[in-house]
Design a binder for this molecule. Structure first.
Ligand code: SF4
Length: 400
């Protein structure tokens, strides 16, 4: 494979601590039992970025995403130090989108203003629900009123805001799921992410599952949520993402269009393209190990080039999440492979009604969107390399 040009470059920063571990959460997040070593961790992030620079010489950052965990646990001064360190080491485009995830349980107006002054342009708020009973069932540290106050303040302070919501919650009725969406709309969130609660392995909910809606009811909820947001002028542009015009998440769009990203922080994943190869990197997962390794000059626990026969699946894993699909030319631009290598799988997916396409564009049908896993299976590389690769632990806009 040969790439004619390198894709846009983003930076993902992982901050791995939370006030409390939510019972459904499988992210690399740890309960902040005593004082979080904030200063030391920022030092490690900066050292990690510096060690990565030789692999991205001459490139500019087009978005930054500070995710977690709960990055809003950190002080505004630490976020300012981090973003200043980034800007002095790698060029950042003047209109770069800089997103930070925040938990309403950490909300203080002055702190939010400090994040804005540090350069954060977009706050992604983990609301999840405006219903106290549902928030308690999810083990969230915040209540509905805190979520309301945090969302209203975020909308007043930041140029743009995302509200994360979850549906198919324990004992939830369709009307309750819709009430959450209606409230996010009424409060003016320009971007809403609506995630289906899933019982992930190695979580408390997986070990002791709560009573959640069955498949039929959750499918009805999904349809009703899509219709409600559509009627309110939101564009449904990715499986779980809805945006008012010109409010799409540019950082996440870079993942979904198979762009590049540096991933720094405990357990962060990165993807970097070179002219003749595409590499993945993973950082040490445990915060203490990560900090030690970063300060010693290399925090990577894994690195490997993506094999050519894995590239179609990796590309599709991202691009088929986009409701509008992707232009055929993007595949060659991002993977360096001719579009023709996809022909047998595309023809099969089309025959099953999972995609539709013309000479220039491929898009998932509604059936393809609903049965995304089946659709993706068609693009898996043949054995023995056949395996599923997760694109990023966070920064894809999943709930925080
Ligand atoms: S869901 Fe978010 S707030 Fe809860 S433990 Fe996971 S990362 Fe932390």
């Amino acid at each position: 494979m040969k790439l004619a040009a390198l894709p846009p470059l983003s930076l993902y920063v992982h901050i791995p601590w939370c006030l409390r571990k939510c019972p459904y959460c499988d992210f690399n997040s740890h309960e902040a039992r005593s004082d979080v070593p904030e200063g030391q961790y920022v030092d490690a992030l900066v050292a990690d970025l510096e060690a990565t620079l030789p692999r991205v010489w001459g490139r500019r950052l087009h978005t930054i995403f500070i995710g977690g965990g709960t990055p809003s646990l950190f002080s505004a001064a630490s976020i300012d130090r981090l973003l200043t360190a980034v800007r002095t080491r790698i060029p950042v485009e003047p209109d770069a989108e800089i997103t930070m995830e925040a938990n309403p349980g950490t909300f203080e107006a002055d702190k939010f203003r400090g994040f804005r002054d540090a350069g954060v342009t977009r706050l992604s708020l983990g609301v999840q629900s405006f219903d106290d009973t549902k928030l308690a069932a999810l083990g969230r540290v915040h209540g509905a009123d805190e979520a309301r106050r945090a969302l209203d303040a975020a909308l007043a302070i930041f140029p743009t805001v995302n509200a994360d919501l979850m549906y198919a919650l324990p004992h939830q009725r369709l009307e309750e799921a819709l009430a959450d969406v209606r409230e996010a709309i009424a409060r003016g969130a320009p971007h809403v992410s609506a995630y289906h609660l899933t019982l992930e392995p190695d979580t408390a909910f997986h070990r002791a599952p709560p009573p959640i809606p069955d498949d039929e009811l959750s499918a009805d909820m999904q349809e009703a949520i899509e219709a409600e947001l559509g009627a309110a002028g939101y564009e449904h542009y990715e499986t779980s993402a809805f945006a008012k015009p010109r409010q799409r998440a540019r950082h996440n769009l870079n993942y979904w269009t198979f762009g590049d990203y540096i991933g720094i922080g405990a357990g962060a994943h990165g993807k970097l393209s070179f002219h003749d190869r595409i590499a993945r990197e993973v950082r040490e997962r445990k915060p203490v190990t990560y900090m030690k390794a970063a300060m010693a000059g290399d925090a990577r626990s894994e690195m490997r080039d993506i094999a050519e026969d894995e590239l179609p699946f990796e590309f599709m894993l991202n691009a088929l999440r986009l409701v509008e699909g992707f232009p055929a030319t993007l595949f060659a631009e991002r993977t360096g492979l001719p579009f023709a290598v996809l022909e047998p799988q595309l023809a099969a997916a089309e025959a099953q009604g999972l995609i539709e396409r013309d000479a220039t564009h491929v898009r998932p049908t509604l059936r393809g969107q609903r049965f995304l896993n089946e659709l993706l299976e068609a693009f898996l590389a043949p054995a023995p390399r056949k395996r599923v690769i997760s694109i990023s632990p966070k920064g894809t806009g999943r709930p925080a």
